[in-house]
Write a protein that binds this ligand. Sequence first.
Ligand SMILES: O=C(O)CCC(=O)C(=O)O
Ligand SMILES: [Fe+2]
Length: 290
Amino acid sequence: MRRGHKTRRIEMKLETINYQAHDSAEKFVQSLRDTGFGVLSNHTIDKSLVEAIYQEWQAFFNSPEKHDFMFKPETQDGFFPSEISETAKGHTVKDIKEYYHVYPWGRIPDSLRENILTYYQRANELAAELLQWVETHTPADVAVNYSIALPKMIEGSHKTLLRVLHYPAMSGDEELGAIRAAAHEDINLLTILPAANEPGLQVKTKDGNWLDVPCDFGNLIINIGDMLQEASGGYFPSTTHRVVNPEGADTSKARVSLPLFLHPKPEVVLSSRYTADSYLMERLRELGVI
Ligand SMILES: O=C(O)CCC(=O)C(=O)O
Ligand SMILES: [Fe+2]
């Protein structure tokens, strides 16, 4: 799947919302409701910290040291090489990516600890605030179904996952049909993602077109995952997205990105059908990573 069909910009547009504006909460939640995505500028996450993380982790992925941190299937922390990385739900070809799962309790290379854990903490603080925005702007008839307040669901959670993703430069012998990240939905409540160092992220609109997500460096991209869709009875849509391959001169460029997947504590009730734990286990089995 190459970038064959043109991205159209008509029916839907992702507005960038100024975090500092007086009506930012309302606008942000409206954007999540309409598109599954919200893009924030002027937020509290330091650009230079993100830049430093991109650089030092790119060097880590280019070094053989990564193999000393091979992930453990029981705990899911550590390095996931491209040979075993995800195949998106409903797809057969693996994504062209490798990644590292950072948990504060997990293994992290010493030289990378400080920046990544600082980021983990700051991004989680902002995330709690954004979940409060969502809570405040959820209609009462939807909010009655939240088993506890949304920010409470992630408070003290050991499951929230920071993934450092490395999409290598294209080698030319990628598997036919493989892309950097095939179309998928995220599993968790919300995903917080600083704009990556290269473009490629696209979101699927209601009428099936692919739209580029604004990727100005310094933007923060937030999207709804399946757990929030489940907890809100479908009011907040978990929107399909993907990362397309670069073309032309850009094929020689690697891409690094840093999604934080907010996961509730395992015992949190999402709906009459699922707890956070039962939901996650079902999805990880489908992904073939457990
Ligand atoms: O790399 C990106 O920009 C997005 C990655 C993503 O969607 C994911 O890992 O779930
Ligand atoms: Fe995703």
